[in-house]
Design a protein around this ligand. Sequence first.
Ligand SMILES: [Zn+2]
Length: 481
Amino acid sequence: MEVKYVNLKVDSNKYNPSNRRRRQNTRPPRRNYNSYNKRRRRKRKKLLTGRRVFILAVAALVIFLIFTIWNALTPKMPPVENLKSGKASQSSVALKWDKIKDADGYYVYAKTFEEPDFKKVATVKKKTSYTVKKLKSLTDYTLCVTSFKKFDNIVESDRRTIDTRTLPAVPVFTECKSKSEGAISLSWKSVPKAVKYQIQYVKGDERDFKNAAVKSVNASKNPSATLTGLEKSGPYCVRIRTNAKYNDQDINSDWSSSNTLYIAENFTLRSEIDPNKPMIALTFDDGPGYNKASKHILDTLEKYNAKATFFMVGRNAEGNEGNVRRKARLGMELGNHTWNHAHYGENVLPSDIKKASDAIYNICGVYPTAFRSPGGMTTGTIKAECKKENMPIYYWTIDTEDWRSRDADAVYDKVIDSVSDGDIILMHEIYNSTADAVKRMVPKLLKKGYQLVTCKELMYAKNGKAPEAGVEYISPTQVKE
Ligand SMILES: [Zn+2]
């Protein structure tokens, strides 16, 4: 039997519910199904990861907000910046740091390297620097600074620290004296960890140590030194410092303050002076003069090998350098009569005296060794300055009043009529009348047996010792109290 097949044509483009059903029911092949599932799972996973990140971000934001709000509500101070240490001394270290806006101030702490805890040493307000004091010499320190502000309570910043070291102690002289000519004796307290000491000394009282000589002395229990080969007179400036060893490092202390002292003079009278015979001191104020009077007075004195004392005005010494040097060369005693003779009594300033001494020294290399005040009025200020400058103060026993009379005969008569052993005779070297009087007076006095000496020689011959600086001598045997 022949079977006829009818070909049933289905138009797939046409809507056909059965067809749709069939398609829905049609499962994809196994292999396709797996990859489909994988895709779906992957898609889901992606979705899940995105959500997680979102939640985490929100959480972080919340935490950040809480933190920010907490921070805003809890006051804090920033730590100081640029904390620096400056110059250290044996007992102090200087600190400075940058200013912090709004800070009420800063606390400063200190501790040694060995100590565990900081000790507060200062509360600094307004300033941004502080010198920590009362530290131990040659010691390592940690210093610390914090800022603070007062809210409900004091809020203090984190600490900033700096390490530093103090210097060795500066030696302190227990003796600084010239006991013999050309020498200075020194002793001082020994300094812990000192290896040696350095001494600087320089002639003059300028305290200028640029060209100073240096002497090194090894450390010992009772350190001392003698400086020798010095000049025979005049002031010297001396200072000292410690050389220490610390952790194999050489470290110097600061220099001590400068000591000024005068070389002791082994004063001896000129061999031709006989202390048992009469003597007088001629003294001349106000020079050197602009006329020939001063020169003529020196000519007379030189001719008879007589000595005198000249109380010079510093301003007049300048411009008459040859005259000043001649006086020094002839062995005259150089005296100070202030710088310009403009101030009297209590108006005389230490600088009026110092300036004159310096002028005379600068001309002839010798400091004045005597002082007479203009008008003869002396004060505590004058005495103190004269003591400092190693000058006794002299009055007189005979006033010739040569400035009033300007008469050679009157001056001559006054001296010759009233002179006696030990007199100090007041004249002025700026009058020709006085020069004329001196020309006749000197040979006459010598003929009468008087030795003509300087004030210092007179004091020494009559008292057996040199006159004292700052003391007012009315005569060799009378001192003003
Ligand atoms: Zn005078």
